[in-house]
Design a protein around this ligand. Sequence first.
Ligand SMILES: *Cc1c(COP(=O)(O)O)cnc(C)c1O
Length: 482
Amino acid sequence: MNYISTRGAGIGQRHTFSDILLGGLAKDGGLYLPNEYPKVSADELARWRALPYADLAFEILRKFSDDIPDEDLRELTRCTYTAQVYCNVRDEENAAQITPLKTLGVEGGTPLSLLELSNGPTLAFKDMAMQLLGNLFEYTLAKHGQTLNILGATSGDTGSAAEYAMRGKKGIRVFMLSPHKKMSAFQTAQMYSLQDPNIFNIAIEGVFDDCQDIVKAVSNDHAFKAQQKIGTVNSINWARVVAQVVYYFKGYFAATKSNDERVSFTVPSGNFGNVCAGHIARMMGLPVEKLVVATNENDVLDEFFRTGIYRVRKSSETYHTSSPSMDISKASNFERFVFDLLGRDPKRVLQLFRDVEEKGGFDLQASGDFARVEEFGFVSGRSSHDDRVDTIRDVFEQYDTMIDTHTADGVKVAREHLQAGIPMIVLETAQPIKFGETIREALEREPERPAAFSGIEDLPQRFEVLANDAERVKAFVAERTR
Ligand SMILES: *Cc1c(COP(=O)(O)O)cnc(C)c1O
């Protein structure tokens, strides 16, 4: 398996899975993709149906990472996807499934289900990929005798998923910036209660954008970055995308009895990482009918899939919504899909994403490329705060099931795309406890709290408050990596 950039670099060169694992963007600013998608045969699909999650993950990942010996990869997937790690399930007896499928009911002549992806340590689907990344990083660094200092900014979900994945890992430190006193008590406790010596929570006296600017400033200091071995774990990381391919297969098997059936998935989307994995599963040959992209009020992606116009927003135009993990101004993984949509033409991708930088977007309607969106199974919809509240209430009343705000956006949009006889699977991307305010608004009761999290707000917290100053952060990192 060789990896190439969506903008053309690396074509004709050798880039293995391990080569690109620890990096971010390709040198030309593009995103890495395999030079072709591995195909799944009918025999394989039949055999995979019965596999436990960890072994299914092994079978899928080995097609993308042929430079990791099979016995090592099998060990890595088996220690990542365990019932102990994914223990925060609705029904205790489902823990072994890692991603249980919960059927809500029959609507529009077809079962409507939730694929539970948020049973991991931070109660959001990002754990599914990040936990694997932690083990892959530790394995690869040890092999080459290297170390890595991960620097990130978070307003909640990503940062805590990264910390819980990297805690205690050899050769890795995490420096995570978060806005001082701006996160919910629950999210703050989740991150700051970690006592592991390789995890550094840095509370910046500023807002989330200030934290992001500091990360950018530090990353642009190339000498510092190289000397301190600074890396990131953001959503463009290829290993994160490919780890997410697995649960589309798992969800398909859970919702069907035979491989002649087709299903559709609805994906609450922000940076397009999750649904990009669905696209890859479909390209590999998984019988997927529709991939439904659900957005909130930040509807960059819904606009594209309705009109063919991709128009990124300024940060001043980005709304702060009650499904905050989907509050994006541009979708950082979208370029991967555009590459496939344009028949894998790197020159055109380069031009289009130059247009994004210079003119704020591009229009594929006129060129005829947009018509191909249908071939790829994509449709979309958007949801608002009122829709979210209504859907949380409705699903609770009809099905006795509490869902979070992002999943509610998914259910709202899924209902607009039901087709009789084709099961609809909505990806459940977080648990309600993370977004308690909207649950209280919708249901006038407290969100359900998994047992492991009782009293988490009372635990001692470990964090450092720093001024909103990149130099101060650099000094802090340098002192701790000596
Ligand atoms: C990150 C996140 C999303 C969006 O996923 P993308 O891969 O960025 O599209 C949706 N819901 C929750 C809860 C998330 O944390």
